[in-house]
Design a protein around this ligand. Structure first.
Ligand code: ARG
Length: 447
């Protein structure tokens, strides 16, 4: 029984097929709905260049919309002897419509089909990552504002250094997310270009209208050069993975801080009880496992761009089956990151801070610079003031004034959280999700 789109005379060996298909059936389930959307745009374009009749377009459109609904309802599977999602959808169309189903593949290849599926998938997933990121950003700014007057020690070399505050600590991670969002925006821009029509990587002798499919799928523009469109496979994933990795790096650092500050030896914050776990032997334990796993999961996500680099490195231009392997680690990464963001947002909003940290005299010396600056502002040369305070400390005569009156931009007394929010919002405004939502609704006949 011939079950491959490309099978003609020689039957495919079962072990070889298992080897080449690998986990592709499972991975392609992530892409199924986007494969159908890509096909809806493709057939509309085929009709416009007379490769389908109006009647055929109508039948195919109805059947594809039906398949889309089945995917959404969870009633779609890639059958055991079917190679991938592209073959499955074509087979379903042929079963339902007969020969008309076989006409849909004119002017395209699975190479540009998977390219366009990936772009559409990434675009939607980035939208949802940005939503989750925004929730974390808001939680951080809120906590920063709430605790802006609560001082804590700042460290360099993990040695008590200078006064810091919970306003600064939470706010720093909020501002880090502004930069992470900037890179996500760049990744989104790279993704938002249409590769469809590049076919196997060299275009087609049919007079395809690529501008039309670009508009139908709500892309901002297209990958013009068909060879470059194919070169985008792996490159787009690497760029996007790097953008996800930036977010992961921010969150991993926050997670490490939180574990450390939660330890009895610091005692700066208290994690909500439901986010800690007990020990099987030590009855007193409330371990920060959630943040520890967050740290590990984030570190794993940061390996992703490197994995993609290694899979694609040293490949010349043109399609290779190597590229299929990227899907296994890349496609699930979005859900992983979103789960992390949900957990961290919940923890950040519920964490309690210790408002009495400075009662402990071990932190007294962090006010040494405040005293030096006070003397200097009264007219003593800075170097003399520095020396006087140093000698006082050595002689055990230093009594700290436990206040920090910092006024410049971004300091304890002037966090500029409003400016940080402005930067975040202006970056957020540069994402245009409506265009593609509208395009999808039209393709699906909902508008
Ligand atoms: N599963 C394949 C992939 O992800 C789809 C494209 C197949 N093309 C091919 N020439 N074998 O790359």
């Amino acid at each position: 029984m011939a079950s491959k789109l490309w099978e003609k005379t020689v039957q495919v060996n079962h072990d070889v097929e298992t080897y080449t298909v690998g986990r592709d059936r499972e991975m392609d389930m992530y892409l199924a709905r986007y494969d159908v959307l890509g096909s809806l745009a493709h057939i509309t374009m085929l009709e416009s260049i007379n490769l389908l009749t109006a009647d055929e377009l109508e039948q195919l459109t109805a059947a594809l919309r039906e398949i889309y609904a089945e995917i959404e309802a969870g009633n779609f599977t890639i059958e055991d002897d079917i190679e991938d999602v592209h073959s499955q959808v074509e087979l379903m169309l042929t079963r339902r419509l007969g020969d008309v189903g076989k006409k849909i593949h004119s002017g395209r290849s699975r190479n540009d089909q998977v390219l366009v599926d990936l772009r559409l998938f990434i675009r939607s997933e980035l939208e949802s990552v940005v939503e989750h990121l925004t929730a974390l950003f808001k939680a951080l700014v809120e906590q920063s504002n709430r605790y802006k007057n609560v001082l804590m020690p700042g460290y360099t070399h993990l040695q008590v250094a200078m006064p810091s505050s919970f306003g600064l600590w939470f706010g720093a991670y909020a501002e880090s997310l502004v930069d992470d969002l900037t890179v996500l925006q760049a990744a989104y821009k790279v993704t938002n270009r249409n590769p469809l029509g590049s076919a196997a990587g060299y275009g087609s002798s049919f007079p395809l209208n690529r501008t039309m499919t670009t508009r139908l799928l709500g892309f901002e523009s297209l990958d013009f050069n068909v060879v470059y469109a194919q070169m985008g496979r792996g490159k787009t994933e690497r760029i996007v993975a790097q953008a996800l990795a930036n977010v992961a790096a921010t969150v991993a650092k926050l997670a490490f801080d939180a574990c450390m500050y939660n330890s009895q030896n610091f005692g700066f914050i208290k994690l909500p009880d439901e986010f800690t776990t007990g020990s099987s032997i030590m009855p007193h334990k409330k371990n920060p496992d959630v943040f520890e796993l967050t740290r590990a999961k984030c570190n794993k996500l940061q390996a992703l761009p490197y994995e993609i680099t290694l899979i694609t490195n040293n490949l010349p231009c043109g399609y290779f089956r190597d590229l299929q392997m990227i899907k296994e680690s890349f496609l699930p990464a979005f859900a992983d990151l979103k789960n992390i963001l949900v957990m961290v947002t919940a923890m950040v909003s519920q964490v309690k801070v210790n408002e009495k940290i400075l009662d402990d005299s071990r932190y007294d010396l962090m006010f040494s610079v405040e005293e030096v600056n006070r003397l200097a502002s009264e007219g003593m040369p800075f170097r003399d003031a520095y020396k006087k305070v140093g000698l006082d400390i050595e002689a055990g005569k230093f009594t700290p004034v436990k206040e920090a009156n910092h006024t410049h931009e971004g300091s304890i007394g002037n966090l500029c959280n409003d400016k940080i929010e402005e930067m975040y919002c202006s970056m957020l405004d540069q994402f245009d999700f409506d265009t593609y939502h509208n395009a999808f609704e039209k393709l699906l006949g909902k508008k």
